[in-house]
Design a binder for this molecule. Structure first.
Ligand SMILES: Cc1ncc(C[n+]2csc(CCOP(=O)(O)OP(=O)(O)O)c2C)c(N)n1
Ligand SMILES: [Mg+2]
Length: 364
């Protein structure tokens, strides 16, 4: 018995060295307090993550069939971050800011799949009227402050949004102004100056903002550990006297638990949080990336931690839902995604003579 335990430990150590420090950090995250969810919330989160996964799979299919153009960055594998944070916030009350990997944040924020798909097809019925495409999703109605092609560009926008909430409350005396903003961005982006400038201002002014780092270990082909002085991004909060937390970004309930604590602090006027979610993208950087740099062992390790499977295990073991119910949800979602594609294909292109429409606010 003793011997077999030793063998297992040795195997684990060897596997970890194959997979790098990123995997090792996840294996050491033992003191997290995951969110407790009831059946209704569990189903809501499963539905949200499934929509994210199936929507992106369909995007890949459409892209490779030549129906979608330009750069398309998919989110497969990272769904627990979007659903964990956004489902813990209030739709159309709180605010969200994304990157070029933005489709799933838009869906979690409530932008209809039809509008997101249409935008990817460049159609007038898209959430950015077909003028933005994959990297520039936007929805005033759903408080989505945009996807941004340049890394880090969304962070100061999110900071401005958080400042607005506080200003309305304290200067205009709007008591209900307690909205919180979540800014999502990657590990590579944390080596960019805007990140540090915004952490400083957010903490100085105690702004209601969550800086959500989606640390997927890679910035295109640059491994995180090779690009930054301290790979533990959450610790950088310390330099500003800010609260920082690291969390297993493949476990949606762990992310939700950390997000809830951060949101509560932000609403109570206690300021920002830097939340580092350790995650992994299952596909290449974009659909144009042959994804040849990452090892098969590394990909296999993270595939075995698929966030959807982890959630299913969690919910079924607690007898909150049955696998049969979850399969039925997947079917419904497939229908929703198929409908979104049909809607997008059937929608009109923007008119060439209206190319510059929506540049000025009066057109919106
Ligand atoms: C200001 C700026 N510099 C460089 C780039 C080129 N670029 C595109 S994606 C990327 C990597 C970003 O990696 P990360 O922040 O980890 O996000 P991920 O793609 O992993 O989600 C870079 C450097 C850019 N888009 N914007
Ligand atoms: Mg990255």
């Amino acid at each position: 018995m003793m011997q077999s335990t030793n063998v297992t430990n040795q195997e684990t150590t060897n596997n970890i060295s194959l997979r790098s420090a990123h995997a090792e950090r996840v294996s050491k995250l033992s003191t997290q307090e995951p969110a407790q969810v009831n059946r209704e919330t569990g189903l809501k989160i499963f539905r949200d993550m499934t929509l994210g996964r199936r929507f992106e799979d369909k995007c890949a299919e459409m892209y490779y069939r030549g129906k979608m153009f330009g750069f398309v960055h998919l989110y497969n594998g990272q769904e627990a971050v979007s659903s964990g944070v956004i489902c813990a916030m209030q739709q159309k009350h709180d605010w969200f800011c994304s990157t070029y990997r933005d489709h799933v944040h838009a869906l979690s924020a409530g932008v209809p799949a039809r509008e997101v798909m249409s935008e990817l097809f460049g159609k007038e019925s898209g959430c950015s009227k077909g003028r933005g495409g994959s990297m520039h999703l936007f929805s005033k109605e759903h408080h989505l402050l945009g996807g941004y092609a340049f890394i880090g560009e969304g962070i100061p926008v999110a900071l401005g949004s958080a400042f607005t909430s506080r200003y309305k409350k304290e200067v205009f005396n709007e008591k209900g102004s307690n909205s919180v903003t979540a800014a999502f961005f990657g590990d590579g982006t944390c080596n960019n100056g805007q990140f540090y400038e915004c952490l400083n201002m957010a903490q100085l002014w105690k702004l209601p903002i969550l800086f959500v780092v989606e640390n997927n270990k890679w910035a295109i082909g640059m491994a995180h550990d090779r690009a930054t002085s301290d790979p533990e991004i959450w610790r950088k909060a310390n330099a500003f006297g800010m609260k920082g937390e690291e969390v297993d970004g493949m476990d949606v309930l762990a992310v939700r638990g950390a997000a809830q604590r951060a949101i509560e602090r932000a609403r109570a006027g206690e300021g920002p949080t830097l939340l580092e979610c350790l995650t992994y993208r299952f596909r290449g950087h974009s659909l144009a990336d042959p994804d040849e740099l990452r090892s098969a062992e590394e990909k296999d390790f993270w595939a075995s931690r698929d966030p959807l499977k982890l959630l299913e295990k969690n919910l079924t073991e607690k007898d909150l839902v049955s696998s049969k119910e979850l399969r039925a949800i997947e079917k419904e979602i497939d229908q929703e995604v198929a409908d979104a594609v049909e809607f997008a294909i059937g929608s009109a292109d923007p008119k060439p003579e209206e190319l510059t429409k929506y540049i000025w606010a009066e057109d919106i």
